[in-house]
Design a protein around this ligand. Structure first.
Ligand SMILES: NC(=O)c1ccc[n+]([C@@H]2O[C@H](COP(=O)([O-])OP(=O)(O)OC[C@H]3O[C@@H](n4cnc5c(N)ncnc54)[C@H](OP(=O)(O)O)[C@@H]3O)[C@@H](O)[C@H]2O)c1
Length: 386
């Protein structure tokens, strides 16, 4: 029996890596539904290549184009929010949640509520609704498999051990393209420089988050919800080679690490084949050639986003939602050339300081806090720029 797969965010970096793996093992997997935001051309191409029976484009204005491209195939086209949820809940064995940003929250939550195995790349969904999502997973018998390389590494290091024997999680970070850059030079960084990650090839938003270290902050919040440890028991360690993907320290002083070349196909393959393993084309590690692994503490002065994310995690309530929404808007503005890289954390800090911090009790409330924060940040940026 082939495993039936839904790919939410099929046209993105994680989506494409997933399809690459599936095409290498056609006897193991069958793609049943795929989604995109606007890229109907790439989506129709993916549907044709994989044989998916449902293709959903979130942007309704792209529906006609998608339908025309799917004409004569066995794949049905659809568009809009409800259709995304339909794709997330069609009969399947595994849902790859790889939409970027809070936009992935509703479909990912729908897959969780349908009791699916969810391979979670969309960290913003867990950052904004971690408690609601983990509670729903328990209630509906869903399984969350982390695809983020750090969380996947921790998941692997936890296998076969008791959670109560864990003393600390250590998330590694490459440090991004500006690891050794001064604040003054970071002020003048261009979007092209910010997305040029030294080790990983990723979508634009996560690449900017890696450049500010907000990505590592979001990952701390993600790790808290996935593994249940408090902020004080999670450290961040800069490791420029990205060979050790994260570590778990146990009460006896043993530290387990997961290593591998920096290729997202390794953690994606882990989730696709779980609880088995599958072949990947990832380059094998040659530790003798690498020779040396470096480590350093993060510099919170140059990378305030990491501090802000930790503060949001510790504050709880709506703080992680506000942090995430303000960051998403600010990153989009930076990529559009409207603000400086260093403005991103400044905007997030200001919005967090004004936050009343009421805890949301439903996904509707999460989405409302997200919407209101985005509006507030847009107004704030308009006022500063005018
Ligand atoms: N890339 C990595 O190596 C990596 C590693 C770890 C974790 N992650 C996480 O995985 C997620 C995806 O990252 P990525 O790098 O693959 O991003 P990406 O390359 O930008 O792709 C994003 C995907 O989401 C779709 N999308 C964007 N906005 C949407 C919306 N409003 N509604 C529905 N679909 C939407 C895009 O469709 P269009 O193509 O039509 O725009 C695309 O398919 C992120 O949460 C990221 O943090 C990524």
């Amino acid at each position: 029996m082939r495993r039936k797969i839904v790919i939410l965010g099929a046209t993105g970096s994680i989506g494409k890596s997933t399809i690459d793996l599936i095409e290498r093992s056609p006897d193991r997997f069958e793609v049943v539904a795929v989604t995109a935001a606007t890229n109907s051309e790439a989506l129709a191409d993916i549907a044709a290549r994989t044989g998916a029976r449902l293709a959903v484009v979130a942007d309704e204005s792209r529906f006609e184009d998608l339908s025309a491209r799917l004409a004569g195939t066995n794949c049905r086209g659809a568009s809009g929010e409800e259709a995304l949820v339909e794709a997330a809940t069609v009969e399947a064995d595994l849902v790859i949640a790889a939409i970027v940003g809070c936009a992935g929250l509703s479909p990912t939550m729908a897959a969780v509520e349908a009791g699916r195995i969810v391979a979670l790349a969309n960290k913003e969904a867990l950052v904004t609704a971690g408690e609601l999502m983990t509670e729903a997973a328990e209630k509906h018998g869903a399984t969350l498999l982390p695809v983020d390389s750090e969380h996947n590494a921790i998941f692997q290091c936890l296998a076969g051990n008791r959670r109560e024997d864990v003393s600390r999680l250590i998330l590694t970070a490459s440090g991004g393209p500006f690891r050794t850059t001064s604040i003054a030079a970071m002020r003048d960084a261009t979007p092209a420089q910010a997305v040029a990650h030294p080790n990983w090839s990723m979508g634009a938003k996560i690449s900017v988050d890696s450049a500010t270290l907000m990505n590592k902050g979001l990952e701390l919040i993600e790790a808290h919800y996935l593994f249940g440890l408090s902020s004080s028991r999670m450290d961040v360690l800069i490791h420029p080679q990205s060979v050790i993907h994260s570590l778990v320290e146990y009460v006896d002083g043993s530290v387990l690490a997961q290593l591998g070349s920096p290729d997202m196909r390794v953690p994606i393959a882990y989730a696709l084949a779980w609880p088995e393993r599958m072949e990947t084309p990832a380059q094998r590690l040659d530790l003798a050639a690498i020779a040396k692994l470096d480590f350093e503490a993060p510099d919170l002065e140059r990378f305030p986003a990491l501090r802000l994310a930790r503060e949001a995690l510790e504050a709880g309530g709506s703080a992680p939602i506000v942090l995430n929404a303000a960051n998403e808007v600010a990153v989009a503005s930076f990529l559009a050339g409207e603000i400086r890289l260093t403005d991103i954390a400044a905007i997030v800090e200001r919005v967090l300081a004004e936050n009343g911090n009421a805890a949301p009790s439903s996904i509707g409330q999460v989405l409302e806090i997200d919407r209101a924060t985005r509006e507030h940040v847009h107004d704030m940026m308009k006022a500063v720029c005018s």
